[in-house]
Unconditional design. Sequence first.
Length: 177
Amino acid sequence: MTQVGHTLTGLAIGVACLPGKRSARARLIHLVAFGFLANIPDLPLKNWGHDLYYFSHSLFVNLLLILIALSAFIFLKNMRARAGGWAVIFGGTLAWLSHLLLDTFYNHGKGLLMFWPLSERRLALPIPWFSAVRDMSLPPTPETIHILLTELAFYGSVLLGVLLMKKAGLFKWIRRR
């Protein structure tokens, strides 16, 4: 999966969790953070991302990292309040973990070692119209362009749907600030 699908999914979750009465700058920071969280397992760091795919895409490794991040929010009340409260923190956790689920949808035939190190079994839930990009070189191949546009159309529709639901007031469970 490309960053397009992960980022749009993170943005959709971020929109749903966006607290009311925020400045445009605060909303932008909030949405950028959600887009970033949704891409954490693929960050291009040494011994992370696609260098050690089984490690960076393990549910247990990511949950451990999330617990470390959450402990900072628990002990730093001001930070938690500035983030927007527990609903935003829960949404951020969902955005981060959405990456693992979304990667199982792609038909690269490998599946995801989501439960490593407890299991070597791979989880694959392929959706036929999703394909993994094999070549990200420039200029992009027609196949790469097709994959990117498919993700943009599908996940962009999800984001648009969430924006419309937010506008209609369907996310009133978020505490207004």
